[in-house]
Design a protein around this ligand. Sequence first.
Ligand code: SF4
Length: 728
Amino acid sequence: MKSLAQFLGLDNLRDRYAYADDPVLGHTSARRVAEHWVKTTCGYCSVGCGMEIGVRDGKAVAVRGWDDHPVNLGKLCPKGLSEHQTLSAPNRATHPLIKRAGNFERIPWSEALAEMVSRVRDIQARYGAGAFGVIGTGQLVTEEFYTLGKLVQLGFGTRNLDGNTTLCMASAVSGYKRSFGSDGPPGAYEDFHAADVILLIGANLADNHPILCRHLEANRDAFKIVADPRVTKTAMLADLHLPLKPRTDIALLNGMARVLLEEGLIDRAYIDKHTTGFDDLSTFLRNEWTVERAAAITGLDAEVIVKVARTYGRAKAGFIAWTMGVNHSTQGAETVNAICNLALLTGQIGRAGAAPFSITGQCNAMGTRESGFASSLPGYRKFENRAHREELAALWGIDAGRIPDRRGLAYPDIIQAAADGEIKALWIIATNPVVSFPNKRLLERALRNVEFLVVQDGFHTPTSELADLVLPAAIWGEKEGTYTNSERRVSKANKAVDPPAEAHSDFDIFLSIAGKLGCRDELFPGWTSVQDAFEEWKRVPKGRPCDYSRMTYQSIEEQGGLQWPYPEGKTDVSPSRLYVDGLYEYEDGKARLFPIEWKPFPEQPDADFPLVLNTGRTVEHWHTRTKTAQVAILERMAPNAWLEMNPSDARRLALKPHDQVDIESRRGRVCGVELRITEITAPGQVFMPFHFFETNVNEVTQDAFDPISREPNYKQCAVRVLSQGAKQ
Ligand code: SF4
């Protein structure tokens, strides 16, 4: 709104629109001229772009790409380019708050931490140690997640720790473990350039990982295939788009495998030397799968499936990458196995341009996988392996009996346990499940049920509104540590400015809680900085797949990140790949081939709910918009959710473009969403982005989870679409 001075022409906003010359940025807005620049890594997605934060008068005033960074060569996407604005967002959490009689009151840190420890200890005394659940995040630096794991498992003595990474990457983790004996994406970004065939499955890089899309486009010679039910921006870049029916990717992969087998396009020497399970897989494919069956299930022409299989099978270097279209499924882990089957059958792994490659979600989802205490013990060790537990106990100087021999509850099971009254205290760190968790009603029941809810976050969110205690945390740009990106590159995130008011880094909060709990000296002896955590952490994965041994903060910064494994003696920093020697992480050194049967997704459309709802992202926003809704340029570009619908369905429902519609499932209703009528979405399907609290798609999504990975099936549920306010 214009001020009176502006209205009268006395204020022409000269300060806002003044220009100045910056030695690096050139002629630019005076507001963006920095006194100094701090090198760091983007805190949004897992691409891991190198960037610099411009600082003036102690404030972040600009961001620019890091010119010679190996990931992005100076480029940034719209979120990265405006990331400094998140630091001064009006919704930052600045003071510890306690809820009394329904209202938040400020309290000193010492009181907040004492409250937290005494309430949790009281609940554990009454209901058992496992009545305390903790949900962390891929937004923490690795040093923080490692510290949190020790604090929760060894300090608080509960196994019920997981991260929001289970909502996006758990299927890739489980799939890799089953196929290769360990987690870890085998490829490198350079494979986008080195491959002659690139198959993307359920991966809309243009919206979700924009800088990786630049890598994809740079390889003009590769034949690019995109399998996606929607004609996404990425599908538009493909040489061949496969508009398969929702969640039929296993049928496509099995059909391709059958063609490879029939036409002798497999690498028998590689299979014999480096895998087990070929006979079972071969029998399964010959008995159960024909190209015609795959065609009938996917809706693709049989000739197209044959063409894709031949193209991949004849590739010199075939690269398959995927993201949430594969992972967000009740068969996510098995779909990963079906992808790995193709790579192993053809020997398309461990070479330049050849890999089955999961692209991660958050900036440090990978770090939580390496250091975590959730689905694995730190350093990709296994809970159930006694030798692994003893190795860790020796490193930490504790009794091995204190290390759990099986994992605790996964994220969805923590929520279900809270809804069922078994988890009584919950600590949620830097994540916003009120917007992000499927089936919002279940989630709300869980959060209402717990006796004590602590939310630790850099921002006030719809989840922190429900908390009993809010702990304000520093965010990207205000703290130090390391992130690991999708290609296993460990990069440094650095502090450019101080956190606001009384916010502290998550690391400092964890150490302070350990102090109150009385375990700081035992678990974190002499630690005062994240570098202390890093120096201990890097000894943990020594000799493991994610070996960090030779990394130092200095070498990481000098090289723009280092890919693991980076063991003692390694000096080569060129792109690295796993399984180059064909040796896998199973005891016999061999990878596993799995017969994978396809199953229809759990909630099929019917007469009452005839449309399949697909959910996803848009390039302007990040997750639940906690940050990006505060960045004016991003919010203006995508201020509201929308629903994409095919023209044939819109005609049948007598709906017009821009109509406000409601989307209803058996679980709830999202009201007042703008309709976009487009052939991007196929008949019988609708699509809606999931970022928006105001029109939250998780009112209608389903709490169905992969039985192996526990990842939610966000991508398909049955809905009907009605004019706004209409009654069915
Ligand atoms: S692509 Fe990802 S890492 Fe790179 S600038 Fe954009 S959000 Fe940040």
